[in-house]
Design a protein around this ligand. Structure first.
Ligand code: FES
Ligand code: FE2
Length: 272
């Protein structure tokens, strides 16, 4: 059991028999914090007078309830939908991957600027030392999903660049998909290896907490490499994105993808 946040809302997560549940965190009786209680026989038990809650938020033996949130466990992460019911499917877990959580980072940028940054193909050369070998392909299969695929080669000389060039002399095939604005999946094909990065963006005022899950088709060295290379890639964004006031609508042809992404974000409904 642990406290967490979804958008502006506090929640409490608890697990019973392998399944995760997300509930409003204050007891319907007198408002005690449920995360101070415990889980007994699969029921979340209030620390103050002992009311017991099922995973759907109802009180065992009573008619009261607290709100429950749609929750799914995927890719080693817990995904909670910010609404009454999930409006779209979260990403499917690719078979045969091993996942591990990376540290969460608090960045000095608004969440939408960070998601937009991924689709800003114009900055890949300057910040990430990558050159597109062919034009990026952008798809919007439905109103919740925005994806961009490209083949790039590494042009830089840093250690991570040299390593990447060695692993993928013919280039790196990347597909980035955004789900509902704040959830991001990056699938990378690096030579014969595959790796993925799942990023959850949690707004904290004008800043954003990133929660990262990294998966790869191999354990041990391959997973260490995947972690190192993804982290090195993301670190390059920290300085140029710090304190950014994003203006994606430049009207310039080179900024067409980020402009299209910003329109996709504008078309998403506001969370309740
Ligand atoms: S405040 Fe939770 S049972 Fe009374
Ligand atoms: Fe970037």
């Amino acid at each position: 059991m642990r406290p967490a946040r979804v958008g502006r809302h506090e929640i409490v997560l608890f697990r019973d028999q392998g399944r995760v549940y997300a509930l409003d965190p204050y007891c319907a009786h007198m408002g005690a914090r449920l995360c101070q209680g415990g889980v007994h026989n699969g029921l979340l038990t209030c620390p103050l007078h002992g009311w017991q809650y099922r995973g759907d938020g109802s009180v065992a033996g009573g008619t009261q309830r607290v709100r429950s949130w749609p929750v799914e466990e995927r890719m080693g992460g817990i995904l909670v939908f910010n609404g009454i019911k999930a409006l779209y499917e979260p990403p499917c877990e690719p078979p045969g991957y091993h996942w591990s959580g990376a540290t969460s980072e608090l960045l000095d940028s608004p969440w939408f600027a960070l998601t937009a940054n991924a689709f800003d193909t114009h900055h890949y050369q300057v910040v990430h030392r990558r050159r597109l070998k062919e034009p990026a392909v952008v798809l919007e299969p439905d109103r919740w999903t925005f994806s961009c695929s490209y083949l790039s080669e590494v042009t830089g000389g840093q250690l991570s660049d040299r390593l990447m060039r060695r692993l993928a002399p013919d280039g790196i095939r990347v597909t980035m998909t955004c789900y509902g604005g704040v959830l991001f999946l990056v699938n990378s094909v690096v030579g014969s290896r595959r790796a993925s990065l799942l990023v959850g963006m949690e707004p904290e005022g004008d800043r954003t907490r990133l929660r990262l899950q990294i998966g790869s088709t191999g354990k041990g060295l391959q997973s260490v490499l995947a972690r190192y290379l993804y982290t090195a890639f993301l670190k390059s964004d920290l300085k140029p994105m710090a304190g950014v006031r994003l203006q994606p609508f430049t009207g310039l042809p080179v900024d067409a993808t980020i402009e299209r992404f910003a329109r996709y974000l504008e078309g998403l409904p506001t969370a309740p």
